[in-house]
Design a protein around this ligand. Sequence first.
Ligand code: ZN
Length: 220
Amino acid sequence: MRYIKIKGTEEKIPIGNIVCAGRNYADHAKELGNEVPDRPALFIKPVSSVIQSGEKVVHPNYSTNLHHEVELVLLIGKNVRHANDAQAEEAIKAYGIGLDMTLRDLQSQARKEGNPWFISKGFDTSAVLSEFVLKGNYKLTLDETITLSVNGVLRQNEKLNKLLFGPVKLVKYISSLITLEEGDIVFTGTPAGVGKVIPGDKIKGEISGIASVETEIISE
Ligand code: ZN
């Protein structure tokens, strides 16, 4: 079983569904040649894809274009369906930062063929998670900066207020379609600056004031 670790406590929360938003920053949608949508694309990563910060991402041998995506991640603390603003806010228990590692070549091929993104987004070690900060211990303003560097070189750098659907709006939207349950996590989408990484590369992501996430890419 995979767990969320809560910072400063021994608490470990079993992870349920991993719901992810795509194209939730305008500049990132454009860099991949997509229209800026009126709502984010949604997909699921399997729980088996999760590793903790400090563990290594294994580059699958069936891809030649592994990309990093750094994202604010929400932990859902209670079941919610058809949430209003207040219920959506209340359903968010904690914040963390995650890497939504993506096989861009397989994703492009899937898009072309009209197939699901499953393998491109769901391979082993494709979800790297930080420790999470309880909402009671941190007030998110969206003025925070999210960054990612590879081997010390900054590649992604954006304010969270550039999210098209911020945390509350995103939880509301997802809960209009399915029940979000206690223990589910929500990847909120990545800003511009995604790019290729290869074995040996070291990745560090950070949201100022919340948490950081680190990994290294290794060969299969
Ligand atoms: Zn993503």
